[in-house]
Design a binder for this molecule. Structure first.
Ligand code: SIN
Ligand code: CO
Length: 373
């Protein structure tokens, strides 16, 4: 399935992205769901897949976490099943994310899919991330409020909600309608009919996550061994006081590490190409030999990228799932970043370099790329 999004991206970026919510009526015309509620319920029975059930009854909220064994205990009202990273596990669903790639791969997160019966929802809340909520089958009423300071509370230890809010968007969404919500705008959706919703999320790291990730990189690569030294130490009146110039030297030691462009780029490439959710990795058995990979590509076969795999380029380096692709064939590596499917034409003369073929072989044998059966 090829999903075409009806949206003026230029105008969207200028007026809405990270600024104002937007309801895109019939963003996807004649929308067909990539999966059924039954398939979603099946995914939430799998161990590796992150899912939760949220229900409410007379202001009392309940949350339970998957994997679920049965759904028999649920009534026909006021619950919602939410499944994370469905694009990793269900190929047709991953097609729904493609139109949003124009907003950049590194910012894009996973596809969360929810199924709600009438009255079902997670309650009024805020998210830290930008999200496009696509209405699938059924109808659901969505309300979005303005971004004003709001108190958050936990009606259940696993639920963070806000107080009731005034709506700036209040709409009964129909299949194919899309609601864009920037971070910090309160929103709530309640199903009117049994309803599927697809959320394409965008992530943005905060400085804490960046520091923590960078510190891990410094440790793993044994960087920053240079030690503080003070050959011009002078006698001081107050032995307890750390002097301003000493603090400045310490800060410079840390800044120097951050300011090495190569270190920073390589760290960020590794950091940002890691997936936050498990991947459906199935390495081929037996593994391929290099010449088989070469022959298959030369015979016209294509290699497909595993859904959810993050393949990103920083400067002239390409990264896959937290690792640098060690190759001098930038054009071919860049094609592996840009395209979901590659073949001999796209990879070009890199295929005639045994080192590139052995890189490809390692990627295929890791289960990151695969040939159609
Ligand atoms: C949902 O589909 O119910 C949750 C989407 C959201 O509010 O982030
Ligand atoms: Co939300």
């Amino acid at each position: 399935m090829n999903y075409q999004l009806n949206l003026d991206w230029q105008a969207f970026l200028q007026n809405h992205w990270q600024k104002r919510p937007l309801l895109i009526k019939q963003g996807f015309q004649q929308f067909t769901d990539p999966l059924s509620p039954d398939e979603l319920a099946g995914l939430a029975m799998e161990n590796e897949i992150d899912s939760r059930l949220v229900s409410h009854k007379k202001e009392r909220w309940e949350v339970s976490h998957g994997p679920f064994e049965s759904y028999d205990h649920l009534g026909d009202q006021n619950w919602s099943l939410l499944v994370q990273a469905v694009n990793h596990w269900h190929h047709p669903s991953s097609a729904l994310m493609k139109p949003f790639r124009v907003l950049s791969d590194w910012r894009m997160d996973d596809l969360m899919v929810s199924f709600s019966v009438p009255g079902g929802g997670v309650g009024p809340h805020l998210d830290q991330y930008d999200v496009f909520i696509i209405q699938g089958e059924g109808r659901r009423r969505w309300r979005v409020g303005d971004k004003i300071p709001m108190k958050q509370h936990c009606p259940h230890p696993d639920l963070l909600q806000v107080e009731p809010f005034e709506a700036i968007i209040d709409e009964e969404m129909l299949p194919g309608d899309i609601l864009y919500i920037p971070p910090g705008f309160p929103h709530e959706g309640y199903a009117i009919e049994p309803s599927l919703n697809y959320s394409v999320g965008f992530r943005a790291p905060n400085a804490r996550e960046l520091f923590s990730g960078f510190a891990d990189y410094v440790l793993a690569n044994e960087l920053g061994s240079h030690r503080y030294s003070d050959p011009d130490l002078a006698f001081r009146d107050n032995p307890a006081l750390i002097q301003t110039n000493e603090l400045a030297t310490l800060r410079t030691m840390m800044q120097d590490l951050l300011e090495q462009p190569e270190t920073f780029q390589n760290w960020f490439g590794e950091f940002i190409s890691q997936s936050r959710h498990e991947l459906d990795i199935a390495p081929p058995e037996p593994p391929y030999e290099s010449d088989e990979i070469y022959d298959l590509l030369k015979q016209g076969e294509s290699l497909n990228r595993l859904n959810g795999l993050r393949v990103l380029r920083v400067g002239d380096n390409c990264f896959v799932n937290g690792e640098l692709m060690d190759t001098s064939h930038l054009q071919a590596a860049d094609a592996l970043c840009q395209y979901d499917t590659v073949n001999a034409d796209i990879l070009g003369d890199a295929l005639d370099d045994v080192r590139f073929i052995s890189l490809l072989t390692a990627l295929v044998n890791s289960g990151y790329w695969y040939f159609n059966d």
